[in-house]
Design a protein around this ligand. Structure first.
Ligand code: CTP
Ligand code: MG
Length: 227
Protein backbone atom coordinates (compact mmCIF):
# COMPACT_ATOMS: atom_id res chain seq x y z
CA UNK A 1 0.00 0.00 0.00
CA UNK A 2 1.22 3.51 -0.77
CA UNK A 3 2.18 5.42 2.34
CA UNK A 4 -0.23 7.96 3.76
CA UNK A 5 0.75 11.57 4.48
CA UNK A 6 -0.58 14.29 6.80
CA UNK A 7 -3.00 15.54 4.12
CA UNK A 8 -4.69 12.15 3.90
CA UNK A 9 -8.03 11.34 5.49
CA UNK A 10 -8.03 7.66 6.44
CA UNK A 11 -11.40 6.07 7.17
CA UNK A 12 -11.54 2.95 9.32
CA UNK A 13 -14.77 1.14 8.46
CA UNK A 14 -15.43 -1.33 11.25
CA UNK A 15 -17.19 -4.36 9.81
CA UNK A 16 -15.94 -7.23 11.98
CA UNK A 17 -19.10 -7.77 14.02
CA UNK A 18 -21.26 -10.82 13.43
CA UNK A 19 -24.64 -9.15 13.74
CA UNK A 20 -26.16 -11.30 16.48
CA UNK A 21 -29.21 -9.05 16.82
CA UNK A 22 -29.89 -9.26 13.09
CA UNK A 23 -29.80 -13.04 13.35
CA UNK A 24 -28.55 -13.90 9.85
CA UNK A 25 -25.88 -16.40 8.91
CA UNK A 26 -23.75 -13.93 6.94
CA UNK A 27 -21.76 -11.35 8.92
CA UNK A 28 -23.91 -8.21 9.09
CA UNK A 29 -21.62 -6.06 6.91
CA UNK A 30 -21.76 -8.60 4.05
CA UNK A 31 -25.53 -8.51 3.80
CA UNK A 32 -26.76 -6.84 0.63
CA UNK A 33 -29.03 -3.83 0.56
CA UNK A 34 -30.68 -3.52 -2.84
CA UNK A 35 -27.97 -5.75 -4.26
CA UNK A 36 -24.94 -3.99 -2.75
CA UNK A 37 -23.21 -5.24 0.43
CA UNK A 38 -23.58 -2.94 3.42
CA UNK A 39 -19.81 -2.54 3.76
CA UNK A 40 -19.46 -1.59 0.07
CA UNK A 41 -22.04 1.16 0.53
CA UNK A 42 -20.26 2.40 3.65
CA UNK A 43 -16.91 2.54 1.84
CA UNK A 44 -18.45 4.38 -1.13
CA UNK A 45 -19.89 6.99 1.24
CA UNK A 46 -16.46 7.53 2.84
CA UNK A 47 -14.82 8.22 -0.54
CA UNK A 48 -17.69 10.38 -1.78
CA UNK A 49 -17.44 12.43 1.41
CA UNK A 50 -13.71 13.07 1.09
CA UNK A 51 -11.76 10.15 2.58
CA UNK A 52 -8.61 9.38 0.61
CA UNK A 53 -8.02 5.88 1.95
CA UNK A 54 -10.27 3.27 3.58
CA UNK A 55 -9.28 0.46 5.91
CA UNK A 56 -12.03 -2.13 6.20
CA UNK A 57 -11.90 -4.22 9.36
CA UNK A 58 -13.54 -7.56 8.55
CA UNK A 59 -14.36 -10.71 10.51
CA UNK A 60 -11.15 -12.77 10.63
CA UNK A 61 -12.48 -15.67 8.54
CA UNK A 62 -13.95 -13.33 5.92
CA UNK A 63 -11.03 -11.13 4.89
CA UNK A 64 -10.59 -12.66 1.43
CA UNK A 65 -14.30 -12.60 0.73
CA UNK A 66 -14.56 -8.97 1.82
CA UNK A 67 -11.66 -8.03 -0.49
CA UNK A 68 -13.90 -8.94 -3.40
CA UNK A 69 -16.46 -6.33 -2.34
CA UNK A 70 -14.26 -3.45 -3.54
CA UNK A 71 -13.13 -4.29 -7.08
CA UNK A 72 -12.79 -0.72 -8.30
CA UNK A 73 -10.72 1.01 -5.64
CA UNK A 74 -7.38 -0.83 -5.99
CA UNK A 75 -4.88 0.13 -3.31
CA UNK A 76 -7.15 2.79 -1.87
CA UNK A 77 -8.98 0.10 0.13
CA UNK A 78 -7.33 -2.47 2.34
CA UNK A 79 -9.09 -5.21 4.27
CA UNK A 80 -7.68 -6.42 7.59
CA UNK A 81 -8.94 -8.87 10.25
CA UNK A 82 -10.76 -7.43 13.26
CA UNK A 83 -10.89 -8.19 16.96
CA UNK A 84 -13.27 -9.34 19.66
CA UNK A 85 -14.74 -5.96 20.57
CA UNK A 86 -15.48 -2.99 18.33
CA UNK A 87 -12.70 -1.06 20.06
CA UNK A 88 -10.24 -3.87 19.23
CA UNK A 89 -11.25 -3.63 15.58
CA UNK A 90 -10.67 0.14 15.59
CA UNK A 91 -7.28 -0.29 17.29
CA UNK A 92 -6.21 -2.82 14.64
CA UNK A 93 -7.36 -0.41 11.94
CA UNK A 94 -5.30 2.39 13.47
CA UNK A 95 -2.14 0.37 12.77
CA UNK A 96 -2.79 0.87 9.05
CA UNK A 97 -3.37 4.62 8.78
CA UNK A 98 0.31 5.54 8.36
CA UNK A 99 0.90 9.29 8.67
CA UNK A 100 -2.67 10.31 7.78
CA UNK A 101 -3.53 13.48 9.71
CA UNK A 102 -7.25 12.84 10.04
CA UNK A 103 -8.97 9.56 10.80
CA UNK A 104 -12.63 8.71 10.53
CA UNK A 105 -14.17 5.74 12.30
CA UNK A 106 -17.36 4.53 10.68
CA UNK A 107 -19.71 1.61 11.35
CA UNK A 108 -20.30 -0.54 8.27
CA UNK A 109 -23.71 -0.97 9.87
CA UNK A 110 -24.53 2.63 8.81
CA UNK A 111 -24.41 2.02 5.04
CA UNK A 112 -26.72 4.86 3.99
CA UNK A 113 -24.83 7.73 5.64
CA UNK A 114 -25.02 10.69 3.24
CA UNK A 115 -21.60 11.83 1.95
CA UNK A 116 -22.29 15.41 3.10
CA UNK A 117 -22.20 14.17 6.69
CA UNK A 118 -18.79 12.60 6.07
CA UNK A 119 -17.61 15.88 4.55
CA UNK A 120 -19.02 17.88 7.48
CA UNK A 121 -17.14 15.77 10.02
CA UNK A 122 -13.86 16.00 8.06
CA UNK A 123 -14.18 19.78 7.75
CA UNK A 124 -14.76 20.22 11.49
CA UNK A 125 -11.59 18.25 12.28
CA UNK A 126 -9.70 20.22 9.62
CA UNK A 127 -10.88 23.43 11.27
CA UNK A 128 -9.20 22.36 14.51
CA UNK A 129 -11.60 20.24 16.54
CA UNK A 130 -9.72 17.08 17.62
CA UNK A 131 -12.82 14.88 18.10
CA UNK A 132 -16.07 15.36 16.14
CA UNK A 133 -19.31 13.37 16.23
CA UNK A 134 -22.52 13.65 14.17
CA UNK A 135 -25.62 13.74 16.36
CA UNK A 136 -29.41 13.78 15.99
CA UNK A 137 -32.21 14.56 18.42
CA UNK A 138 -34.07 11.80 20.24
CA UNK A 139 -37.68 11.44 19.13
CA UNK A 140 -39.03 9.10 21.82
CA UNK A 141 -39.72 10.08 25.40
CA UNK A 142 -36.98 8.81 27.69
CA UNK A 143 -36.98 7.34 31.20
CA UNK A 144 -34.18 6.54 33.58
CA UNK A 145 -34.28 3.16 35.31
CA UNK A 146 -34.25 3.50 39.11
CA UNK A 147 -34.21 0.09 40.79
CA UNK A 148 -37.78 -1.20 40.38
CA UNK A 149 -39.32 1.96 38.96
CA UNK A 150 -38.56 4.54 36.25
CA UNK A 151 -38.37 8.33 36.16
CA UNK A 152 -39.04 10.58 33.18
CA UNK A 153 -36.08 12.64 31.94
CA UNK A 154 -35.93 15.70 29.72
CA UNK A 155 -35.21 14.23 26.29
CA UNK A 156 -34.01 17.59 24.94
CA UNK A 157 -30.87 17.12 27.05
CA UNK A 158 -29.95 13.93 25.14
CA UNK A 159 -28.50 13.36 21.68
CA UNK A 160 -28.14 10.21 19.61
CA UNK A 161 -24.61 9.65 18.38
CA UNK A 162 -23.84 8.44 14.86
CA UNK A 163 -20.75 7.76 12.78
CA UNK A 164 -18.45 8.61 11.06
CA UNK A 165 -16.69 10.11 14.03
CA UNK A 166 -13.66 12.20 13.05
CA UNK A 167 -10.39 12.69 14.90
CA UNK A 168 -6.93 14.14 14.71
CA UNK A 169 -5.00 10.92 14.20
CA UNK A 170 -2.64 11.50 17.15
CA UNK A 171 -5.56 12.21 19.47
CA UNK A 172 -7.31 8.95 18.62
CA UNK A 173 -4.05 7.01 19.00
CA UNK A 174 -3.54 8.46 22.48
CA UNK A 175 -7.15 7.72 23.42
CA UNK A 176 -6.73 4.08 22.40
CA UNK A 177 -3.46 3.76 24.32
CA UNK A 178 -5.37 4.80 27.44
CA UNK A 179 -8.20 2.27 27.10
CA UNK A 180 -6.92 -0.56 29.31
CA UNK A 181 -9.64 -3.02 30.28
CA UNK A 182 -12.52 -0.60 29.90
CA UNK A 183 -15.19 -1.19 27.28
CA UNK A 184 -16.36 1.75 25.20
CA UNK A 185 -19.21 1.89 22.71
CA UNK A 186 -17.50 4.55 20.61
CA UNK A 187 -14.24 6.37 20.08
CA UNK A 188 -15.40 9.83 21.11
CA UNK A 189 -16.05 8.50 24.61
CA UNK A 190 -12.44 7.27 24.75
CA UNK A 191 -11.23 10.74 23.78
CA UNK A 192 -13.35 12.28 26.50
CA UNK A 193 -11.68 9.93 28.99
CA UNK A 194 -8.37 11.69 28.26
CA UNK A 195 -10.01 15.15 28.54
CA UNK A 196 -10.35 15.86 24.84
CA UNK A 197 -13.46 17.98 24.17
CA UNK A 198 -15.94 16.23 21.87
CA UNK A 199 -17.58 18.58 19.36
CA UNK A 200 -20.92 17.78 17.73
CA UNK A 201 -22.11 18.48 14.19
CA UNK A 202 -25.62 17.80 12.87
CA UNK A 203 -26.02 14.19 11.75
CA UNK A 204 -28.76 12.80 9.53
CA UNK A 205 -31.49 10.22 9.99
CA UNK A 206 -30.12 8.32 6.96
CA UNK A 207 -27.02 7.51 9.02
CA UNK A 208 -29.14 5.17 11.17
CA UNK A 209 -27.55 1.93 12.31
CA UNK A 210 -28.83 -1.38 11.05
CA UNK A 211 -29.20 -3.45 14.19
CA UNK A 212 -32.45 -5.41 14.01
CA UNK A 213 -34.33 -7.06 11.12
CA UNK A 214 -36.72 -4.12 10.71
CA UNK A 215 -33.79 -1.76 10.12
CA UNK A 216 -32.80 -3.90 7.15
CA UNK A 217 -36.29 -3.65 5.68
CA UNK A 218 -36.18 0.14 5.99
CA UNK A 219 -32.71 0.36 4.41
CA UNK A 220 -33.82 -1.83 1.51
CA UNK A 221 -36.81 0.40 0.78
CA UNK A 222 -34.74 3.58 0.97
CA UNK A 223 -31.93 2.20 -1.21
CA UNK A 224 -34.38 0.95 -3.86
CA UNK A 225 -36.02 4.34 -3.94
CA UNK A 226 -32.69 6.00 -4.58
CA UNK A 227 -31.44 3.76 -7.37
N1 CTP B 1 -17.73 -4.24 15.00
C1 CTP B 1 -16.41 -4.61 14.71
N2 CTP B 1 -15.76 -5.50 15.52
C2 CTP B 1 -16.38 -6.05 16.56
C3 CTP B 1 -17.72 -5.70 16.88
C4 CTP B 1 -18.37 -4.78 16.07
O1 CTP B 1 -15.85 -4.12 13.73
N3 CTP B 1 -15.72 -6.92 17.31
C5 CTP B 1 -18.43 -3.30 14.11
C6 CTP B 1 -19.67 -3.93 13.46
O2 CTP B 1 -19.28 -4.69 12.33
C7 CTP B 1 -20.54 -2.72 13.15
C8 CTP B 1 -20.11 -1.69 14.20
O3 CTP B 1 -18.95 -2.20 14.84
O4 CTP B 1 -20.30 -2.20 11.86
C9 CTP B 1 -21.22 -1.43 15.18
O5 CTP B 1 -21.51 -2.61 15.92
P1 CTP B 1 -22.92 -3.34 16.00
O6 CTP B 1 -23.97 -2.55 15.29
O7 CTP B 1 -23.11 -3.76 17.41
O8 CTP B 1 -22.67 -4.62 15.05
P2 CTP B 1 -22.49 -6.13 15.50
O9 CTP B 1 -21.59 -6.18 16.69
O10 CTP B 1 -22.09 -6.88 14.28
O11 CTP B 1 -23.98 -6.53 15.87
P3 CTP B 1 -24.49 -7.28 17.20
O12 CTP B 1 -24.04 -6.44 18.36
O13 CTP B 1 -25.97 -7.38 17.04
O14 CTP B 1 -23.81 -8.63 17.17
MG1 MG C 1 -22.19 -5.29 18.59
Amino acid sequence: MNSLGPEDVAAIVVAAGSGVRLGRELPKAAIEIAGVPMVTRAVQAMFSGGATRVIVVAPEAWVERFEQFFPTYGERVSVIPGGLLRQDSVRLGLEHIGEAGIVLVHDAARPLVPPFIVDRVIEAVRDGDPAVIPVVAEADSLRRIRRSWTVAVDRSTFLRVQTPQGFEADTLRKAHENVGDKEYTDDATMCEAIDIPVVTVPGDSLAFKITEPMDLVLAEVIARGES
